[in-house]
Design a protein around this ligand. Structure first.
Ligand SMILES: C[S@@+](CC[C@H](N)C(=O)[O-])C[C@H]1O[C@@H](n2cnc3c(N)ncnc32)[C@H](O)[C@@H]1O
Length: 303
């Protein structure tokens, strides 16, 4: 933290009775708001800009998935957990679609909406703590979107999901990663991806973690594993409106995604990161061969 950073010790809004009522201090850096308490675990902004981006992303991906909220073959789950729920938009929509279900969204940070459907609730919980799952039982569907390269967390989440799933219950995990045709190429976009891979690795994260989801589900005892990949060309301009918007949504998040990790692990200052992200985005307007790969993997707890 530097002298230019500012702290906010005021309590976050307390939206529902199920929320943690402790104050959640914020850290403001370069106009973005972070959770000070959880900066190590979540070095990304939790402000309105990021919430809007995540909500738009939810709408775009739902369209990509033909209006499905999940791909696992379960028609009307009675009990659902949305792990790392973020804004909670997926959990709220799931509750609206299945009014006889109970949907719980869990997150480190209280950043969900004030008004929620009556069958939806949000819990503040740290999923890095072993045993986080003990209060949830008989779950039909555990939904996990975006694990941000944290293999240890993935293991904890799958261990917990297995334990809280009902026999025959499903876990579905979804994430995205960049797949470049020629990773060694020398464009500003390739350079940005290489720098981020290094920073992530130094932070104990791996950018290709989604490639291991299937194997990890198997290792944790799940069966009937199914993997679906959606490849969105990085250069989609003019070809497919939905895919173009998915790429745009992703690229508007580059700065927020990069600031903390590039500074912490590669010593980049704010201006350097802004310039690097802008150049990466500009390069995408040219010809970058590769994909933003969206991976969806689901598996079932044996009956
Ligand atoms: C990319 S965001 C939200 C993604 C959300 N599932 C969506 O689809 O919009 C990841 C979320 O994980 C939460 N998170 C990070 N570490 C966590 C932890 N140890 N326990 C619980 N939530 C955590 C963050 O607070 C953040 O809201």
């Amino acid at each position: 933290m530097s002298d230019s950073d500012t702290l906010d010790h005021e309590s976050e809004r307390e939206e529902t009775e199920s929320f943690d009522t402790e104050p959640h201090p914020n850290l403001y850096r370069h106009g973005r708001r972070y959770s000070l308490t959880h900066l190590e675990q979540h070095p990304w902004p939790i402000d309105e800009i990021e919430k809007d981006r995540l909500e738009e992303q939810h709408v775009l991906l739902r369209e990509l998935f033909d209006d499905r909220l999940y791909l696992a073959p379960i028609e009307s789950p009675r009990s659902v957990l949305d792990i790392r729920t973020g804004t909670g938009c997926w959990a709220m929509e799931c509750a609206e679609r299945y009014p006889s279900s109970t949907v719980r969204g869990i997150d480190l940070v209280n950043m969900q909406d004030e008004w929620v459907p009556p069958n939806c609730e949000f819990w503040v919980d740290n999923l890095c703590q072993p045993g986080w799952h003990t209060q949830y039982t008989n779950i039909d569907l555990v939904h996990i979107n975006q694990i941000q390269g944290d293999r240890q967390l993935l293991s904890l989440l799958l261990e917990g999901s297995y334990s809280c799933c009902a026999p025959g219950g499903w876990v579905e995990i979804r994430d995205m990663r960049v797949q470049l045709d020629n990773p060694g190429e020398d464009s500003p976009f390739h350079n940005y991806i290489r720098e981020m891979a290094t920073a992530q690795a130094r932070d104990g994260r791996q950018m290709d973690l989604p490639l291991h989801f299937g194997a990890e589900l198997t290792r944790h005892g799940f069966t009937n594993i199914t993997e679906r990949n959606y490849d969105i060309p990085l250069c989609t301009k003019g070809r497919d409106k939905l895919k173009e918007r998915i790429i745009q949504n992703w690229t508007t998040g580059l700065e927020g995604y990069s600031f903390t990790l590039l500074e912490k692990h590669l010593g980049k200052n704010f201006t350097e990161t802004v310039l690097m992200c802008a150049s990466a985005r500009r390069a995408l307007k040219g010809k970058i061969e590769g994909y933003l790969q969206i991976q969806v993997v689901y598996g079932q707890k044996p009956s």
